[in-house]
Design a protein around this ligand. Structure first.
Ligand SMILES: [Zn+2]
Length: 204
């Protein structure tokens, strides 16, 4: 199983920072993604960064890289996880939206099973934190959105929005050692439980 970690955005992406300008999403996403890759590799998984570059790489190119792995290894042997931090506003002021969430593209696919595993891990690990769920639409916890990278990747693919960078309390948690450790553990433990289940692959 090849696990691809996609750190959202690049250093040259406009916006994508906290209202006080101290927190840059691209830098944070890279730190978390790199630490997840290292942890997975230590556990013996074949994990790598989809975007080792610091600058923004187009969604088209991210999908191309992902699908190249899918063609080489078979799409049921690849997982794509895109790492982000959410924002409720346009970055000019502090907002109140809060919580951790995970997105899949629309419809029921292997990605939903992966999202379920991540939600279970989040509920166990992110104690006293808000987990944002969307049970109302289709009975599962993940949010469904046809994000380009989710819609066009051939393998199971999810996008994680790790709390809100324009919420003061969320930001304090995001940058704390405990917060970082827990966010990394959620992804690693969710991926581990997904990999330990061998469900038949469905057309994405
Ligand atoms: Zn983002």
């Amino acid at each position: 199983m090849k696990i691809l970690l996609d750190p959202g955005h690049g250093l040259n992406t406009p916006g994508k920072r906290s209202p006080d300008g101290q927190f840059l999403e691209a830098i944070y996403n890279r730190e978390i993604a790199k630490r997840i890759v290292a942890k997975l590799q230590n556990k013996g998984y074949d994990a790598e960064l989809l975007v080792p570059e610091e600058e923004d790489i187009s969604l088209n190119e991210r999908v191309r890289r992902t699908n190249e792995h899918c063609q080489t290894l078979g799409k049921s042997n690849v997982i794509l996880l895109s790492i982000h931090v959410n924002a409720a506003g346009n970055g000019s002021q502090w907002m109140n939206a809060t919580g951790w969430s995970c997105y899949t593209c629309k419809g029921q696919t292997e990605s939903d099973r992966l999202a379920d595993c991540l939600y279970k891990a989040a509920e166990q690990i992110l104690e006293n934190q808000v987990i944002r769920t969307d049970y109302a639409r289709d009975g599962d916890p993940d949010w469904e959105e046809n994000f380009y990278i989710l819609r066009h990747s051939l393998c199971p693919a999810v996008l994680v929005e790790q709390f809100f960078m324009d919420n003061k309390k969320n930001l304090a948690y995001l940058i704390s050692d405990e917060g970082k450790r827990n966010l990394i553990d959620v992804i690693v433990s969710g991926l581990e439980s997904f990999c330990s289940l061998s469900f038949p692959f469905h057309e994405h």
